[in-house]
Design a binder for this molecule. Structure first.
Ligand code: BGC
Length: 429
């Protein structure tokens, strides 16, 4: 079959963000940020307080780090050595869902089962030692309302999590209870941070001039250090929950997908940009091109990555991936069009994400010259998705113009674990 060229072109246009719109998004994001600092009800950003500033880089000691943010949970024993150095002594990792075996994130799962499982992983990380005292830092990558560094209540699940009995609860209380039930009384959870905060702490532990931390993976979100200039308040990292930014005009695929999602109306930017959702949008557009409007084929962002990477003349990988997911055999131009569609969705994602970074940079500069800085980013989309990094750089140039050379991005790989250990160390102050 050959795609309807007119329809194809329309879909590409719907997923394209030109320079004017890019500037508009960055400006709107900055506006929401400013509004949010004055009165959070006036903003689509949650502006959540983390009760932590930047580390000195000299934090030391051995800590437990629990990294709970997506389908994989990790518990690490980390030795902070100061001077930005650290050592991972032990690492335990397990998925929260193993098809056919267990599922702690689906509809039928409960808080008790989930935290019981996690407490079991903590036990493995301390190798059954129930005597040595450990402080535990917990990177919990969901929107949480904090009143101090320990006390974080889950506001709402994101990333399609559906476990019962966690929303509205203090997550570290659930963890403590589960640890106690296993006789683990020597591990004391003392800090909860968002994964974006963990990335920022980890990057700032190692180098100066980092004020923004971001996750660009299954989920997407960004935090930054708010200086609270001219106010009594000490500088503090704010978790924006930028995935909830709602001022980008959605296209009809975004609207339709949102309607069918676990939490309609929530996480509008995240549903346009993060790895969990790009494949879904691609699957909807593909169905329409195949004459099956309204259907959604299941593709993942890894499929999209493999589609984009196929440089063979016959686009053999593209054909195979499409056949596997849709049962359809495509040839010729259709295959390059499929690649173009995947690329366009990835490029859109990178552009909107960058617009939010620049909104923050403008807000931090407050009309003064933009500061030299590195934006710390962790996550599979940033790290591995073809076209992501280069389009972030391109969009930074488009938006920042002469200031662009002052800003770059750095990969903070595994920052969630290290950041949790740093937060545990900082909790002792
Ligand atoms: C969550 C954020 C998190 C991000 C990246 C989003 O779904 O709401 O809290 O930082 O995913 O993991």
């Amino acid at each position: 079959m050959a795609f309807d060229k007119h329809l194809f072109q329309n879909i590409i246009t719907e997923f394209t963000i030109d320079s004017d719109r890019l500037h508009q998004i960055a400006g709107d994001f900055r506006y929401d940020l400013r509004k949010g600092l004055e009165d959070v009800n006036q903003s689509s950003l949650r502006m959540l307080k983390s009760y932590v500033g930047l580390p000195t880089g000299d934090e030391q000691g051995e800590y437990l780090a629990l990294d709970f943010g997506g389908t994989n949970v990790r518990v690490l024993r980390i030795k902070l050595l100061g001077h930005g150095k650290f050592e991972v002594v032990k690492k335990v990792a397990q998925p929260l869902r193993k098809p056919g075996e267990y599922d702690y994130v689906g509809e039928g799962s409960t808080a008790e089962e989930m935290f019981g499982f996690i407490a079991g992983l903590v036990d493995e990380a301390i190798e059954g030692d129930h005597t040595t005292k450990y402080l535990l830092g917990h990177t919990f990558s969901f929107p949480s309302e904090q009143t101090d560094l320990y006390n974080a209540k889950l506001i709402i699940w994101t990333k399609e999590f559906a476990t019962k009995g966690v929303e509205g609860q203090v997550v570290n209380d659930l963890l403590k209870k589960a640890l106690q039930a296993k006789g683990i009384t020597n591990v004391e959870p003392t800090a909860v941070i968002n994964d974006t905060v963990a990335v920022l702490l980890a990057a700032a532990y190692k180098q100066p001039n980092v004020y923004i931390g971001s996750i660009y993976a299954t989920g997407h979100n960004t935090c930054y250090l708010e200086s609270f200039e001219g106010q009594a308040q000490e500088p503090m990292i704010l978790n924006l929950e930028s995935g909830g930014f709602s001022k980008i005009i959605p296209n009809r695929f975004d609207l339709e997908f949102d309607k069918q999602s676990e939490k309609p109306g929530e996480q509008r930017l995240e549903k346009m940009a993060s790895g969990r959702y790009m494949g879904e949008l691609f699957g909807m557009a593909m169905a329409e091109l195949l004459g099956e409007k309204g259907r959604k084929y299941d593709f993942t962002s890894i499929d999209m990555s493999n589609i984009i990477l196929d440089e063979s003349t016959a686009r053999k990988d593209v054909a195979a991936i499409i056949k596997e997911h849709t049962g359809k055999e495509l040839t010729g131009d259709d295959l390059t069009d499929v690649q173009k569609l995947a690329s366009t969705i990835v490029v859109r994602s990178a552009r909107v994400v960058t617009a939010t970074y620049v909104g923050i940079i403008w807000q931090m500069a407050g009309g003064k010259p933009v500061q030299e800085q590195h934006i710390a980013i962790d996550g599979s989309v940033y790290e591995k998705m073809p076209l992501a990094k280069e389009n972030i750089m391109r969009a930074l140039y488009e938006l920042l113009g002469d200031d662009a050379p002052k800003v770059d991005t750095v990969l903070e790989n595994g920052g969630s674990g290290l950041g949790a250990a740093i937060a545990a160390a900082m909790s002792q102050k």
